[in-house]
Design a protein around this ligand. Structure first.
Ligand code: NAD
Ligand code: UDP
Ligand code: UDP
Length: 343
C-alpha cells in the first residue's frame, strides 16, 4: 500500500486524516504500548513533559492504572485498554512498542501468551507503522544474548539461546520481534529502532514481580531475608529507569536503526547487590539461599560504546544512587498493602 505522504522532518506522516506534526500547531503524536507498566509509565511522563500527545495501549496484564493516574484529565493523554495481539487502527507519528511482560515470573505464567504478544503483537504494531508511515521502536532485551559466551556483550554478538527452554517464550519471542522489525524495515521501508535493554529498576516496579531488585528491596523493607538464588555469584548490570527512558527517546529521535544496548555497565554479583540493598535499607537484613531457576544466565554486562558514539547517550545514575530513589515508593506501597490487609 504505497502513496504515503513523506515529509522530511525526521518523522514520516501517513496520508490518513492527519496533518503533519508541526503544521497547524499539531503536536507530535506518540503511541506507547505497555505504557501502564514500569518502564512505559516513566516514558509516558517524559513524553508528556516535553509536550507530545500520548496514547497508551495496555491490557493491564502487569501494568496498573495507578502508574498513570496523575495524567488522567490531561487533554494530551489517552489510555486505551487493548491487547496488542489484536489489530488496531490509529493515526500517530511514533510508536514505542513495550507491551510484553518483562519479569520471568510474569512471562512464564502463560508462555504461549508471551510468544503471541511478542510475535503477533509486534506484527500488528509494525503493520500499523507501515500503514500510517510512523516510526517504530522495539524494546528488545539483553536476553537475546542468552547465557552469553562473549563478555561484555556487544550488539554484534548473536547470542547463546536455548530455543526450547522455559525462557524461550521471552528471549526467542524478542529475537523474532527483532527479525520482524528488520524485515518490515528492509521490505516495507518502515523506519525502525531497536533497543536491547539490560536489567532496569526504579519506582513503580511491581512489588512482587520476582525480579531481583524488587524482591530484595521489598524483602528488606518487610524485614524478610533477601532470597539469593544459586550461589549468588551470577552477575547482572542494573540501570536506573530514567537513564533508560532518556536512551529510548534519543534512539527514537535519532537516525540510527540499531540494535543498541541500553544498560548500565556497572556489574554486580547478586551477593554484592544484596550488600548494597543492606547498606541502603537495613544493615541487619539476612540472606537466604534458594535454588536457582532453569537456564539462568551466568553473567551479563553491556558494552555500550555504540550507543555512546552514535546516540551520545550513557547512563548517569550508579546503583548506589539509584536504589535509594525507589525506596520511598516501595515503602508507601507496602504500607498501603499492610493497611489493606488490616482492614
Ligand atoms: P512491565 O511488565 O512493567 O510492563 C509491560 C506492560 O505491557 C504492562 O503494562 C502490561 O500490562 C503490558 N502488556 C503485556 N502484554 C500486553 C498485551 N498483549 N497487550 C497490551 N499490553 C500488554 O515491564 P517493563 O519492565 O516495563 O518492560 C517494558 C518493556 O521493556 C518490555 O517489552 C520488556 O520486555 C522490555 N525490557 C524490560 C527490561 C527491564 O529490566 N525492565 C529489560 C529488558 C527489556
Ligand atoms: N495492522 C493493524 N493496524 C493497522 C495496520 C495493520 O493492527 O493499521 C495489523 C494487521 O491486522 C496485520 C498486521 O498488522 O495483522 C500486519 O499488517 P500488514 O499490512 O503488514 O500485513 P497483512 O495485513 O498484509 O498480512
Ligand atoms: N535472583 C535472586 N533472587 C531473587 C530473584 C532473582 O538471586 O529473589 C537472581 C536470578 O536468579 C538471576 C538474577 O537474580 O540470576 C536476575 O534475575 P531477574 O529475574 O531480576 O532478571 P533476569 O534473569 O531477567 O536478568
Amino acid at each position: 500500500s504505497g502513496g504515503f505522504v513523506r515529509i522530511n522532518s525526521g518523522v514520516h506522516n501517513g496520508r490518513v486524516g492527519r496533518l503533519p506534526a508541526g503544521i497547524g500547531g499539531r503536536r507530535l503524536r506518540v503511541v506507547v504500548t505497555g505504557g501502564a507498566g514500569f518502564v512505559g509509565s516513566h516514558l509516558v511522563d517524559k513524553l508528556i513533559a516535553r509536550g507530545n500527545d500520548v496514547i497508551v495501549i495496555d491490557n493491564f496484564f502487569t501494568g496498573r492504572k495507578e502508574n498513570l493516574v496523575h495524567l488522567f484529565g490531561n487533554p494530551r493523554f489517552e489510555l486505551i485498554r487493548h491487547d496488542v495481539v489484536e489489530p488496531i487502527l490509529l493515526e500517530v507519528d511514533q510508536i514505542y512498542h513495550l507491551a510484553c511482560p518483562a519479569s520471568p515470573v510474569h512471562y512464564k505464567y502463560n508462555p504461549v501468551k508471551t510468544i503471541k504478544t511478542n510475535v503477533m503483537g509486534t506484527l500488528n504494531m509494525l503493520g500499523l507503522a507501515k500503514r500510517i508511515g510512523a516510526r517504530f521502536l522495539l524494546t528488545s532485551t539483553s536476553e537475546v544474548y542468552g547465557d552469553p559466551l562473549e563478555h561484555p556483550q556487544k550488539e554484534t554478538y548473536w547470542g547463546n539461546v536455548n530455543p526450547i527452554g522455559e525462557r524461550s517464550c521471552y528471549d526467542e519471542g524478542k529475537r523474532t520481534a527483532e527479525t520482524l522489525a528488520m524485515d518490515y524495515h528492509r521490505g516495507a521501508g518502515v523506519e525502525v529502532r531497536i533497543a536491547r535493554i539490560f536489567n532496569t529498576y526504579g519506582p513503580r516496579m511491581c512489588l512482587d514481580d520476582g525480579r531481583v531488585v524488587s524482591n530484595f528491596v521489598a524483602q528488606a523493607i518487610r524485614k524478610q531475608p533477601l532470597t539469593v538464588y544459586g550461589d549468588g555469584k551470577q552477575t547482572r548490570s542494573f540501570q536506573y529507569v530514567s537513564d533508560l527512558v532518556n536512551g529510548l527517546a534519543s534512539l527514537m529521535d535519532g537516525e540510527h536503526v540499531g540494535p543498541f544496548n541500553l544498560g548500565n555497565p556497572g556489574e554486580f554479583t547478586m551477593l554484592e547487590l544484596a550488600q548494597v540493598v543492606k547498606e541502603t535499607i537495613d544493615s541487619s537484613a539476612t540472606i537466604e539461599y534458594k535454588p536457582n531457576t532453569a537456564d539462568d544466565p551466568h553473567m551479563r554486562k553491556p558494552d555500550i560504546s555504540k550507543a555512546k558514539e552514535l546516540l551520545n547517550w550513557e547512563p548517569k545514575i550508579p546503583l548506589r544512587e539509584g536504589l535509594p530513589l525507589m525506596v520511598s515508593d516501595f515503602r508507601n506501597r507496602i504500607l498501603n498493602e499492610d493497611e489493606g490487609k488490616a482492614m
